[in-house]
Design a protein around this ligand. Structure first.
Ligand code: ASP
Length: 294
């Protein structure tokens, strides 16, 4: 079993992951020893704080050893292809390989060649399944069930693998997902979308970072303009349900897509809860892929 995309996970996998992650979220010692003696390769070809550290910590809490590929010093710099890298790392027979890469489909390509379980930690603008899983866990802890709940996912939808994975996962759990953002940051053919109407009456609002590193054209927004027109301010949050919760996958551009006072709103901002749940969910994911591998 790999964890490459939301669609690659069966309903049975989803149930197993959410149940195990909840157990690990309640008790961080609960999984200790489950992967004793196992090894996990962490290969991050794009920057990461939360995802990289939480996979390393998740491995440690399960008793596995995480080994980090130092991409800056790796042979990609000598021109080695992703396919040869996959065969090379796979030949060492790690128990799992975690990959983040700027190319869409990179995790799938590596999974086909490496001969070990692969976890997609973000491939280009395609998917980030473990993020969506930890988001789902965070929402489930709050609401009990997602049946009939509405989640507005707002901002740079075009470049967001987080939005793509959540738009697939949350409806499978019964939620309605509304996507909206500035016209230039919506996917081609998405049709008109209005941030205010997407927020109206929502149970949860997930803000997305403006991914300037993936823009081929500058946004040309005046200072403060993005926050005013599309960002999550207190006034805009007031359009949602009275006790609606706020999520953001991080890293945040404070004062751009989200105002400080909303990012830090006690009781309603779940942003650090998402981070904590990230460790628990990645424990569950590593355990699932490793234990199903012969
Ligand atoms: N950290 C998330 C990702 O890697 C979201 C972001 O970068 O804005 O996709």
């Amino acid at each position: 079993v790999h964890c490459l995309s939301i669609d690659s996970l069966s309903d049975g996998h989803l149930a197993e992951l959410l149940a195990n992650a909840q157990e690990y979220a309640l008790d961080r010692r609960a999984g200790s020893g489950h992967l004793a003696g196992r090894t996990v390769f962490n290969c991050f070809y794009e920057n990461s704080t939360r995802t990289a550290m939480s996979f390393a910590l998740a491995a440690a809490r399960l008793g596995a050893q995480a080994i980090t590929l130092s991409v800056e010093h790796s042979s990609v710099k000598k021109g080695e292809t992703l396919a040869d890298t996959a065969r090379t790392l796979g030949a060492m027979a790690p128990d799992a390989l975690v990959l983040r890469h700027r190319q869409n489909g990179a995790a799938e390509e590596v999974a086909a060649l490496a001969g070990c379980p692969v976890v997609n930690a973000g491939d280009g603008t395609n998917e980030h399944p473990t993020q969506a899983l930890l988001d789902a866990l965070t929402l489930l802890q709050r609401f009990g069930s997602l049946q009939g709940r509405t989640v507005a996912i707002l901002g740079d939808v075009r470049h967001s693998r987080v939005a793509r994975s959540n738009a697939k996962l949350l409806p499978r759990l019964g939620a309605e997902v509304r996507l909206a953002g500035p016209p230039a940051l919506m996917p081609d053919g998405a049709g008109p979308s209005d941030v205010d109407s997407a927020i109206a009456g929502a149970d949860a609002v997930m803000m997305l970072r403006v991914q300037r590193e993936r823009l081929d054209q500058e946004l040309d927004d005046a200072p403060g303009e993005y926050l005013r027109r599309y960002g999550l301010t207190r006034e805009r949050l007031a359009l949602a349900k009275e006790d609606a919760v706020v999520l953001h996958p991080g890293p945040m551009n404070r004062g751009v897509e989200i105002a400080d006072e909303v990012a830090d709103l006690p009781g309603r901002s779940l942003i650090l809860r998402q981070v904590a749940n990230g460790v628990a969910m990645r424990m569950a994911v590593l355990e699932m892929v490793v234990s199903h591998h012969p």
